[in-house]
Ligand binder design. Structure first.
Ligand code: NAI
Ligand code: 15L
Length: 269
């Protein structure tokens, strides 16, 4: 599939939505924006909730792909997670199926597999087909989204790339992020690859930069054409000096999901 492609970007007002809506047009993608909140500087953005199936169906009509970011991005009460992330993601897939959209790119998370122990020493990197081990209701909703994607591929031929994002921010903020950091520039490269690779079926990929201290295997992402260029290592000396090396007796230091295992950040609204 070659760019430009028309893409519905859900969650366009959020952190990654803001990055992707400014960066993806440079890769040739034409974006239609969707969020429950107004998108600053974008008067044509669709302001609607994921529970509004009519609005979603109108929004996906005629697009080549949906890049689905919208939802609760931290831990929250079970009922809230069900409504936004489980029912909301189902509504996105139903709208895409009904309107004949051929590709979804789903923003999954490392928290779908957060209870997976991080590799130590010579342990192999964690492959993308590692079993789901969610660390929160939030992570559980991402595991659901990946399984929903598999169902819609097997049953309806609707393709998905599920991107298990590590932590995307300008710089890694703690020693764990040295292993799971996704730089903003690599984030754009990865989502462009996920939108344009041929014949993906349902592919699960780990989303991080080429970190020296990587915990997970990027081979399924590289198979889409993703070529990460950044590495968190230049930030390591300062972060380790401030915070120390990871404590092998602290589960938040020794598992993929970090503090989400023990003290998850809570969705603010
Ligand atoms: P964010 O919280 O900044 O943005 C989420 C957006 O979704 C917000 O603009 C919010 O208004 C919108 N939204 C929430 N509920 C909605 C609903 N019911 N209907 C319509 N819109 C709704 O999150 P961020 O950081 O931009 O993440 C985007 C996606 O990527 C999320 O799905 C998140 O779980 C996932 N992700 C992000 C990571 C990161 O490092 N930023 C790491 C792993 C996963
Ligand atoms: C996520 O899934 C969150 O959406 C993001 O805000 C980060 O906290 C990230 O995981 C992480 O694991 O650091």
């Amino acid at each position: 599939m070659s760019a430009p492609r028309t893409v519905l970007l859900t969650g366009a007002a959020g952190t990654l939505g803001t990055l992707l809506r400014s960066g993806l047009p440079r890769y040739g993608h034409e974006l239609r924006l969707f969020d429950v909140r107004p998108v600053e500087g974008e008067p044509d953005a669709i302001t609607a909730d994921l529970s509004d199936r009519a609005a979603l169906r109108d929004a996906v009509r005629g697009v080549d792909a949906v890049l689905h970011l919208a939802g609760i991005s931290l831990e929250a009460p079970f009922e809230s997670v069900v409504r936004a992330n489980i029912e909301g993601t189902y509504n996105v897939y139903e709208a895409a199926r009904e309107e004949g959209v051929s590709r979804v790119v789903f923003a999954s998370s490392n928290h779908a597999v957060g209870f997976t122990p991080a590799p130590r020493g010579t342990d192999p990197l964690i492959p993308a087909d590692t079993p789901h081990r969610p660390d929160t209701f939030y992570g559980l909703s991402k595991a659901f989204g990946e399984d929903l994607a598999q169902l819609y591929w097997d049953k309806h031929g609707l393709e998905t790339v599920s991107v298990r994002i590590g932590a995307c921010r300008p710089e890694p903020a703690d020693v764990r992020m040295l292993s799971v950091w996704l730089s903003p520039a690599d984030c754009l490269r990865l989502f462009h690859a996920a939108l344009t690779a041929e014949d993906v079926g349902h592919t699960v990929v780990h989303g991080s930069s080429a970190n020296t201290r990587a915990w997970w295997d990027l081979s399924s992402a590289r198979a889409l054409g993703y070529e990460p260029r950044d590495d968190s290592e230049p930030y390591a000396k300062k972060l380790v000096a401030e915070q120390g090396e990871p404590d092998p007796d602290n589960p938040a230091h020794t598992h993929l999901g970090g503090t989400f295992l023990t003290d998850p950040p809570i969705w603010p609204y």
